[in-house]
Design a protein around this ligand. Structure first.
Ligand SMILES: C[S@@+](CC[C@H](N)C(=O)[O-])C[C@H]1O[C@@H](n2cnc3c(N)ncnc32)[C@H](O)[C@@H]1O
Length: 377
């Protein structure tokens, strides 16, 4: 099976050389991310690291400060390999131009890392199953997933493309208008490393067919030999005294998944820092949010590839349904969704007077979720 990299070409994806100095916000945030995943950078001293899909090597730049014994990059994209070879010199670095499924090695590693790789590739679980074979017992795999509710705000931003097409705007005009509309949102986005044009290419015009790879889905592979270690966002707590700890990794992972699903409201909108969602008594109260969010994800994809009135109406109905579910639980999200529907109807009916998005301007989900899992068998 070969890797489909057409989506990178389609959005004119550029692997950029990373700066040498480690002082800016992006670097510090990455360091904190690894801490949330249970990995203080200096603890990787003398360990073997394997990274799949490293892109420009941004994560590696942070991790090499912990002085690992070896660092192996596996990346199918030539342009990326060139940049990596330029940035990482010395005999501890290894560069392998292959995709995950074609990677083979006798050596096993202490850490395996893949960020932003599994959501978006064909058959992520087959890939995950293959790559964890190269992890030592007691080693840790770090990967990212998407969640339906985290992705709602992105799905709706992506819908701007078909929205303007449906309203009869040409490509250039649509892009200009979308940029104007998203300018305010972009200002509200903290910790962003891209400029607005790259951000729009990536979030609105990226022709991805599937980005949904959930935590629950990954457990189908990991449950056999792995146990949850940590995550970002952090959502898990366990009051059990260590002598009473459940040693069955599968049951432990199930407990983690239950708490994760309870957080769907908090994942929906990053403005929402309220833990009351953990008090939901009835499973329907939180599972419904994920189900409706999944409907939005699916209908946005249909609309993106086929901007018809029918697909538009379906998307609007799904957004309305979600806004009804969250109305009494989360006012901010409710208002953001309502403003999105009003705005979209004005665009489609050619009644857009100004470019304001209302409360939607502050609406961002909690993005990709990072997980670390430890190999216990
Ligand atoms: C969205 S980028 C993420 C880059 C980097 N990990 C980051 O977080 O910034 C996805 C990366 O995965 C690589 N990739 C795509 N399919 C892959 C596959 N099947 N095996 C390994 N890498 C793959 C791409 O070339 C690209 O470098």
């Amino acid at each position: 099976m070969s890797t489909d990299l057409s989506y990178l070409k389609a959005i004119n994806y550029k692997f950029k050389k990373i700066p040498n100095k480690i002082e800016n916000l992006q670097f510090k945030l990455k360091e904190k991310l690894f801490l949330s995943l249970g990995i203080p950078i200096k603890n990787i001293n003398n360990l073997d690291i394997l990274e799949f899909g490293p892109g420009s090597g941004f994560t590696a730049k942070i991790l090499v400060q912990g002085n690992p014994k070896s660092y192996t990059f596996v990346e199918p994209y030539e342009e990326s390999i060139k940049i990596l070879k330029n940035s990482f010199k010395g005999n501890k670095f290894f560069f392998i131009k292959k995709d995950i499924l074609n990677f083979n090695s006798k050596k096993k590693y202490d850490y395996i890392i893949l960020e932003g790789v599994l959501p978006g590739i064909e058959n992520p679980n087959l890939n995950l199953k293959h790559l964890i074979k190269y992890l030592k017992l007691g080693g840790v795999v770090i990967f990212t997933t998407t969640s339906p509710s985290s992705f709602v705000s992105d799905a709706l931003r992506r819908s701007l493309k078909p929205l303007f097409e449906l309203a009869g705007h040409n490509k250039l005009n649509s892009r200009k208008k979308i940029k104007k509309i998203l300018e305010n949102q972009f200002k509200n986005l903290k910790g962003q490393s891209r400029n607005i044009d790259n951000w729009i290419d990536d979030t609105v015009f990226n022709p991805m067919k599937n980005i949904m790879y959930t935590f629950g889905e990954s457990l189908k592979v990991l449950n056999k030999r792995f146990e949850y270690f940590a995550s970002s966002p952090n959502f898990f707590f366990d009051h059990t005294w260590y002598k009473q700890r459940n040693l069955d990794n599968k049951q432990y992972n199930r407990k983690v998944l239950d708490l994760y699903q309870r957080c769907s409201l908090s994942f929906l909108n990053s403005q929402n820092d309220d833990y009351s969602c953990l008090n939901f008594k009835n499973r329907n109260q939180y599972v419904d949010i994920d189900i409706k969010s999944m409907c939005i994800y699916k209908s946005h994809l249909k609309f993106w590839f086929n901007p018809s009135r029918k697909n538009f109406n379906k998307l609007m109905n799904d957004v309305k349904s979600l806004s009804i579910i969250v109305k009494n639980k989360d006012k901010k999200t409710y208002l953001a969704l309502e403003d999105f529907v009003k705005f979209s109807k004005r665009v489609v009916n050619n009644k857009l007077k100004n470019s304001t998005f209302g409360k939607f301007d502050f609406f961002f989900g909690r993005g990709l979720h990072h997980f670390s899992f430890i190999r216990v068998r």
